[in-house]
Ligand binder design. Structure first.
Ligand SMILES: Nc1nc2c(ncn2[C@@H]2O[C@H](COP(=O)(O)OP(=O)(O)OP(=O)(O)O)[C@@H](O)[C@H]2O)c(=O)[nH]1
Ligand SMILES: [Mg+2]
Length: 314
């Protein structure tokens, strides 16, 4: 069970950060889509800061996950998977990932260790290995729960050959949590001595409103197939606290008329399912009752329209 926002707020720990040896830095989580970047960030933070689905291109913008203790503050920067795509949305997503890499203190370059390295993943490793960015690079081989020991050693050697100057190569399972602590320890070594950048009570930079939009989008991704999820976005029209209840109105944007009935489903069944699942997730996250209203709106080819992308924060 992940912690709700309320639990996290009630259990706020205060740290003596007035310590000249305090370390603080940002850690970019980079890689191809679907390798487990968001899963890893959620595991380290201990709650669902970023949505996760089995589909690629789930994360669309930069999301911070802040992990603070008495010695250090690690600001994880979850990024969209680096991929090729012709739509403006896809190009913007990739730009966000590279910009996060440039600004970070440490680079964690992740790959899916349950599958052989494909050409795109190798090209990505080589791109970071060329030394254009000077920050320490840690290669994270994820999903080892779906691999085996015989495959792991040759894989580590392969990655080391592609980027011999990386500071570490760490096999983990983000989902199961195995070796995640060792990875955190490894990252700690490269954090600069610096006072915390964020209040230690914070664990993300997203507002509850932004997280609500993401929770709706997660359920759309989980419920829809083919191109529909990739051509869907979510806007929150209203987010109001009424007593011990939050009333949320969300609009799901689809890119063509044809997608509207598909998303609503026969007699509205699919929309009802998306609404129920989202509400359950939000109630756990927010620690209170949620009343959620969902609407579907056609916004033709929104993913290629800069003004709409800007409004959506994309
Ligand atoms: N078996 C296994 N599955 C994992 C592991 N880590 C992540 N996954 C699964 O991989 C899928 C993708 O995970 P995400 O965390 O969304 O991947 P991502 O890299 O953030 O993907 P994008 O946001 O699309 O770039 C989900 O179905 C996760 O449950 C792992 O360690 N083991
Ligand atoms: Mg992600």
């Amino acid at each position: 069970m992940s912690k709700s926002l309320e639990d996290m707020i009630n259990n706020v720990q205060t740290f003596d950060t007035d310590n000249e040896n305090y370390r603080c830095g940002s850690v970019a989580l980079l890689g191809r889509p679907n390798v487990g970047k968001s899963t890893l960030m959620n595991k380290i933070i201990g709650t669902k800061v970023a949505i996760v689905t089995p589909k690629p291109q789930t994360t669309r913008h930069r999301i911070l996950g802040i992990h603070s203790d008495e010695n250090q503050q690690m600001v994880f920067v979850d990024t969209p998977g680096i991929h090729k795509g012709s739509k403006q949305l896809n190009r913007n997503m990739v730009k966000v990932a590279y910009a996060a890499a440039e600004e970070a203190d440490v680079l964690c370059i992740m790959q899916d260790g349950s599958k052989p390295l494909d050409r795109g993943s190798m090209a990505l490793i080589e791109r970071f290995a060329d030394g254009r960015l000077a920050q320490p690079r840690i290669h994270v081989i994820n999903k080892i729960d779906q691999s085996n020991k015989d495959r792991l050693l040759p894989r580590l050697q392969q990655v080391q050959k592609l980027d011999p100057d990386a500071v570490a190569y760490v096999p983990i399972s983000a989902k199961k949590g195995s070796q995640v602590e060792s990875l955190v320890k490894e990252i700690s070594k490269y954090l600069p001595k610096r006072q915390p950048m964020y209040d230690p009570e914070w664990f993300t930079d997203q507002s509850q409103r932004q997280m609500a939009a993401e929770y709706v989008r997660e359920q759309v991704f989980l419920s829809m197939y083919q191109e529909i999820p990739f051509q869907t976005a979510v806007e929150i029209e209203a987010f109001e606290g009424l007593g011990n209840k939050i009333e949320i109105t969300a609009v799901i944007l689809v890119a063509t008329e044809r997608h509207k009935p598909m998303l609503i489903g026969k007699r509205g069944e699919l929309m009802k399912h998306i609404g129920i699942k989202t509400r359950e997730g939000l109630e756990e996250l927010l620690g209170c009752k949620v009343n959620l209203k969902l609407w579907v709106k056609v916004q033709k080819d929104w993913f290629n329209k800069p003004s709409i992308l800007q409004d959506l924060g994309l």
